[in-house]
Design a binder for this molecule. Structure first.
Ligand code: FAD
Length: 841
């Protein structure tokens, strides 16, 4: 005989069991049918087992890094089978817990596959259940793709049951599931490679959060290939090989295990849904806004209806559905504050609108960002990576979205979710007392930052006024739209050169030690900056071109340090190192390369135009040699104003073959202008050797045509460059007569990142590599007892950290406001910032 219930729920996952419990609470006689184990995907194969294992990997990482916290252990290892055992016991305990709750709640449980067998009838094996209302909560299954070799891969169920952690793991699919397993195994020491077809892993997450996560992932040795399509998986050398292509170029990843994690699809197998009048659309059960299916008395919730496929959303829908069934309320699910959590390291969580999403919807927004590096609690935890970002309606201050990457982001998102769900404003958040020291304080600070009132970071002028001010129309260059404050600069300033430079001041003696070592550090910093900039370019974070000056550090540092603060520097484009040597903050340089608002030209110059008026650095013109006539103009102005300043114009050997070069030298000579022409001769104009491109290979001789004093110096020797440049510059300062320096150096890499540098022979490169200016200077310093290898190692670590910070800063910096893109033109900047017009520094 059929048993009758008010409500029968099919599926015991977080959607189904919560729905059943709530239905019983509302007085309905309720049954639940589950064909596997109560708890569903979430408890048995999803949320819970993965998080239990992730807890093990997190603890392992913390124990390994424990020494700094005073936790000293001799041998720290990872016991995979113990972690598995613990995971299983957590799962078992929770499954039992759900079974117990159902029993205690008066819900009758049936184990078996359910089938819709007619109006109000559910078959479970030989048993038949009658129901006034049926709730389908059958969840989802692992998605499969027709990939050759797919049978060699494992899925998210199988990876949870592995007997050992793989030494090399390839993950196909950079979604949440793939990235969580990638994070877990990378932390355990596996070599993990992720292959993602889209331009970004975790495509639903704001790019700045993903950047923060992927940085950590790559520190663990993890690799991510985006825009990469996998073609097949094959057996190779006793292991597996994944073959893929990125932008037409082929690649392979060797692995011991390959996880295929390409998503999940709604699951209705064996349910006979369509026979019962339940409409399916690409496999998902179609529901109306009250969660009713097309069949009378049949409702559906959770993963099986598609949409946001998360456990808490399934539970929420379960409650909505049964409250609608019971007539308790008239609930239409509202997803605007559905949080999304990703348990990577650091964790990522977000809720509400993304920054771009809000702007795309035409909403004027305020954005506030607070880095965990400035949060006391994060520091005590030793977990300072990441930040909290809030997005609010610019007019009402109502919170629209919150995005967190960092420690316990998945817990922190709860406060933001509550605020967004209830329509709270930034002010209501910051008026709430937040306990100290806690991580949620960062959420409050981000809300304050959006209003220009952050306490624990410097506020940008832009975000500042709490009370509206009427800005004058001409005030276009203020950072009025700049919303997100970024970390204050902690970059090390460049060395301070002696006020007069002579051979004695550059001798390798103890008295000169500080300055010499500072010069060496500056060269290292510039090199590391260039190397990392190149990497960032290949990750498409830098637009245009990224030109490289690796090998020219002695020429750049020695040349620029020979100048006085009031001298003017004109360089061509690409001169990142020149800017840094002149004292432009490396963070601002990197941010400019990234096209961010905090860059030297507010992100308008990109990789081509680095300008810092306050340092009299007029770098960056896109046309080769285009800046030489500008230097003439500058020198005219200096002479006209009778200032004792020199214009220092730096260019490559390629620029000396064009008309502008000759005209500029000619003008400078005819009018006796105070300009020093400084040719960085790295021996190749693009890919052409200088002797092939130029009738006169010794560039300095070209200046003779204009009866100009000119010298050739060893550009690989920083002390020589500085001394000889200073001599020439000071002469020009005295007599306002132009002069010419050719600094002979050698570029160790191709002209730009996209130049594979095939035109130079290996012998040629090897010969020059031996005179690497940094290595040569280190030998000198070491031989004279001023520094040793340990010291150099330390410097390398320091500059590496500094450059890393610059990248982080650039990553976290806001994009320019679209409405402001035509502001900050050079003339506008000049007109609007009186401080730049100050006569002399
Ligand atoms: P399910 O949990 O899939 O439950 C459906 C149940 O129905 C199953 O137990 C199935 O056996 C049963 N069933 C199916 N057909 C029948 C039938 N005909 N008769 C009887 N029973 C049937 N989500 C999060 O929110 N947070 C996370 O951290 C998270 N991590 C995840 C990690 C992994 C590896 C995976 C795979 C998923 C993860 N998810 C996470 C997603 C989450 O598990 C699902 O969104 C959630 O389980 C959906 O709940 P549900 O009740 O709709 O379906």
């Amino acid at each position: 005989m059929a048993r009758s219930f008010d409500v029968v729920v099919i599926g015991g996952g977080p959607g189904g069991y919560v729905a059943a419990l709530r239905a019983a609470q509302l007085g309905a006689t309720t049954a639940i049918v589950e064909k596997d184990r109560m708890g569903g995907t979430c408890l048995v194969r999803g949320c819970i087992p993965t998080k239990a294992l992730l807890q093990s990997s997190e603890l392992y990482t913390q124990a390994r890094d424990g020494a700094a916290f005073g936790v000293v252990a001799d041998r720290i290892g990872f016991d995979w089978s113990a972690a598995q055992k613990r995971k299983t016991s957590v799962v078992d305990q929770l499954v039992k817990g759900v079974e117990g709750l159902l029993k205690a709640g008066g819900v009758t449980s049936f184990i078996g596959g359910a089938r819709l067998a007619g109006r109000g009838v559910v078959d479970v094996g030989s048993e038949q259940l009658q129901a006034k209302d049926i709730v389908i909560a059958t969840g989802s299954a692992i998605a499969r793709i027709p990939l050759p070799g797919a049978e060699l891969t494992i899925d998210s169920d199988q990876i949870l049951e592995l007997k050992d952690a793989p030494r090399r793991l390839a993950v196909i699919g950079g979604g949440v599931v793939g990235m969580e397993f990638a994070a877990m195994f990378a932390a355990l020491g596996s070599k993990v490679t992720v292959l993602e077809m889209l331009p970004q892993v975790l495509s639903m997450v704001d790019a700045d959060l993903v950047a923060s996560y992927t940085k950590h992932f790559s520190k663990l040795g993890g690799e991510i290939h985006t825009d990469s399509k996998v073609s097949e998986v094959v057996k190779k050398n006793g292991g597996l090989q994944v073959r893929f292509s990125t932008g037409g170029e082929g690649g392979v990843v060797d692995a011991d295990q390959v996880l295929l994690a390409v998503g999940r699809v709604p699951y209705t197998h064996g349910l006979d849904a369509e026979k019962a009048g339940v409409k399916l659309e690409r496999g998902r059960v179609v529901v109306d806004d009250h969660l009713r299916t097309t069949a009378d008395g049949v409702w559906a919730i959770g993963d099986v209806i598609g949409g946001i496929m998360l456990a808490h959303v399934a539970s929420y829908e379960g409650v909505c559905a049964v409250e609608n069934i019971a007539g308790h309320s008239n609930r239409v699910p509202d997803y605007h504050a559905a949080p999304n959590c990703i348990y990577t390291d650091p964790e990522i969580a977000h809720v509400g609108l993304g920054e771009k999403e809000a702007r795309d919807k035409g909403i004027a927004v305020k954005v506030g960002k607070f880095p965990f590096a400035a949060a006391g609690r994060a520091l005590t935890l030793g977990q300072t990576e990441g930040f909290v970002k809030v997005i609010a309606d610019a007019e009402s201050g109502k919170l629209l979205g919150a995005h967190i990457v960092g420690p316990r982001a998945t817990d922190l998102i709860a406060e933001a979710t509550l605020a967004i769900q209830n329509g709270l404003t930034l002010e209501q958040v910051d008026l709430t007392i937040h306990a100290h020291p806690t991580l949620p304080e960062s959420f409050m600070e981000a809300a304050l930052a959006a209003q220009g009132r952050a306490i624990h970071i410097t506020n940008r002028r832009s975000a500042a006024p709490a009370t509206p001010t009427t800005a004058p129309a001409t005030n276009q260059n203020r950072e009025s739209q700049m919303a997100a404050p970024v970390k204050p600069s902690t970059s090390t300033p460049p060395p301070v050169a002696p006020s007069t430079i002579d051979a004695k001041k550059l001798e390798l003696t103890k008295q000169n030690r500080d300055f010499l070592l500072a010069m060496h550090r500056e060269m290292q910093l510039i090199r590391r900056f260039e190397e990392r900039a190149q990497e960032q370019y290949t990750k498409a974070k830098i637009g245009g071109y990224c030109h490289l000056n690796i090998g020219e550090e002695a020429t750049v540092v020695g040349g620029i340090l020979a100048l006085k603060a009031n001298d003017w520097i004109f360089t061509s484009y690409r001169e990142h190192g020149h800017a840094i040597a002149r004292g432009v903050d490396p963070k601002a340089v990197m941010a400019e390369l990234f096209g961010k608002e905090t860059g030297t030209s507010h992100g308008r110059g990109g990789s081509m135009h680095l300008v810092d008026y306050s340092r009299r650095f007029m770098g960056g013109y896109g046309i080769v040699g285009g800046h030489l006539p500008l230097a003439v103009g500058g020198a005219w102005a200096v002479k006209y104003q009778k200032h004792p300043d020199v214009v220092f114009c730096m260019f490559g050997d390629g620029a000396t073959n064009i008309g502008a070069f000759h005209e500029s030298l000619n003008m400078a000579k005819v009018f006796d202008l105070p300009v020093v022409w400084f040719c960085v001769n790295n021996r190749y104009g693009m890919g052409t050797p200088v002797e092939k491109a130029s009738a006169v290979a010794d560039i300095y001789k070209k200046a003779c045509a204009y009866d100009m004093e000119s010298i050739q110096i060893d550009g690989m020797n920083v002390r020589e460059v500085m001394l000889r440049t200073s001599e020439i510059v000071e002469k020009t300062r005295q007599d306002s007569v132009p002069r010419f320096i050719e600094s002979l150096c050698y570029r160790f890499r191709g002209h730009s990142v996209v130049d594979p540098d095939k035109y130079r022979s290996a012998e040629d490169k090897e010969k020059w590599r031996k005179s690497d200016p940094i290595v040569a200077f280190e030998h000198e310093l070491e031989k004279s007892g001023l520094a040793d290898e340990e010291y150099f190692k330390n410097v390398r670590q320091q500059v590496d950290a500094e450059v890393r910070e610059a990248i982080e800063y650039a990553d976290e910096s806001p994009d320019p406001n679209v409405a402001d893109l035509y502001k900050y033109t050079y003339a506008g900047e000049w007109a609007d910032r009186p401080e730049l017009r100050a006569e002399r520094v």
